[in-house]
Write a protein that binds this ligand. Structure first.
Ligand code: R5P
Length: 312
């Protein structure tokens, strides 16, 4: 057992990441991994490796793969922390699991992001913290306080530092869902923006239409909350290149997690990807720029701790 004077007990799930270590460091505590033993039949035994009684417990879960297993692991960690007398329990999902399925996509579909929030509350979580959740409005329906941190300032600062002339830039939304974020960032940067419509057909293929904005001769920055197969980014980039874009850069919060995807993006002619470390992302210094959300997360967690420590 590692004991300390910090108000926090910072426990990291089994898909640990350098982000967790960095956030804990900024909070002045240590990130300690949950103890996990896997039995022959696939069942697991979990144990919280530090004292949680009376502490502000942070359960930090980076989800790079196997989201179902991670969600269940999180529920068990929360339940254990509650049973052991945690003062408060904050679950941090830098990339919220299943966030894209925030509405009934087809008749009969469930809505897993809300279910996850409900189960976490039932297990004993007091609040959730996440980053750039797909469709931010969905957290209004969650049954526990949920804080969605925006990366806009992080990207804006970075782009301002490296941009000479904003009139050479076009910020682009690859679907209506990304348009609000694009408009807001374009306003901060003082540059033009464009957008298109995206429709996912029942066979899973994507259809893009109604392109707005003048890409000719511009450095086009396509902004999206996440990248999965790369289909969205690659198709839109190809269309914008055909429209005369000089350079295409993808900006995504939840970035590239597989070498195969990295290769696909390079082959498709994208010039660069700017992403964050909300998942365990693939690094490639000639093609990928990774901005850390550690400071944003630490700041939010400190703020929450201060607010909830006030005497009533
Ligand atoms: C969905 O609407 C999201 O905002 C992203 O556009 C989507 O997840 C990207 O997925 P993919 O890389 O597979 O096109």
């Amino acid at each position: 057992m590692i004991e300390g004077k910090s108000p926090y007990a910072f426990i990291v799930g089994s898909q640990s990441s350098s982000l967790a270590t960095e956030v804990a460091h900024l909070l002045g505590c240590e990130a300690v991994s949950v103890y996990k033993k896997i039995f022959d039949d696939g069942e697991t035994r979990l144990r919280l490796p530090i004292t949680v009684a009376g502490k502000e417990v942070i359960i930090f879960q980076t989800i790079t793969e196997q989201p179902d297993a991670v969600v269940f692991e999180t529920l068990r960690m929360v339940d254990a922390a509650k049973t052991l007398g945690a003062r408060t329990i904050t679950v941090v999902f830098p990339c919220y699991p299943y966030a894209r399925q925030d509405r009934e996509l087809q008749n009969g579909c469930d809505i897993p992001p809300k279910l996850i929030a409900k189960l976490l509350k039932t297990a004993g979580a007091d609040r959730l913290v996440t980053v750039d959740i797909h469709a931010p409005r969905q957290i209004d329906d969650f049954p526990l306080p949920t804080y969605n941190i925006s990366t806009e300032a992080l990207f804006a600062e970075y782009l301002k530092q490296r941009t000479v002339e904003t009139d050479e830039i076009l910020l682009f939304a690859p679907d209506r869902g990304a348009l609000l974020r694009v408009q807001s960032l374009a306003k901060t940067l003082g540059c033009d923006f464009g957008w298109c419509d995206k429709k996912r057909l029942t066979d899973g293929t994507l259809k893009f239409a109604n392109f707005h904005g003048n890409a000719c001769g511009k450095s086009v920055y396509i902004l999206d909350d996440r990248i999965d197969t790369g289909g969205t980014l690659i198709t839109v980039a190809t269309r914008l290149k055909q429209a005369g874009a000089r350079q295409i850069v993808g900006i995504v919060t939840h970035g590239i997690t597989s070498p195969a995807l990295l290769k696909r993006l390079k082959t498709a002619g994208l010039d660069e990807i700017i992403e964050t470390d909300t998942r365990e992302v693939i690094r490639d210094k000639n093609f990928v720029e990774v901005l850390s959300v550690a400071e944003l997360l630490a700041k939010e967690l400190k703020k929450l701790n201060e607010v909830h420590s006030l005497p009533w």
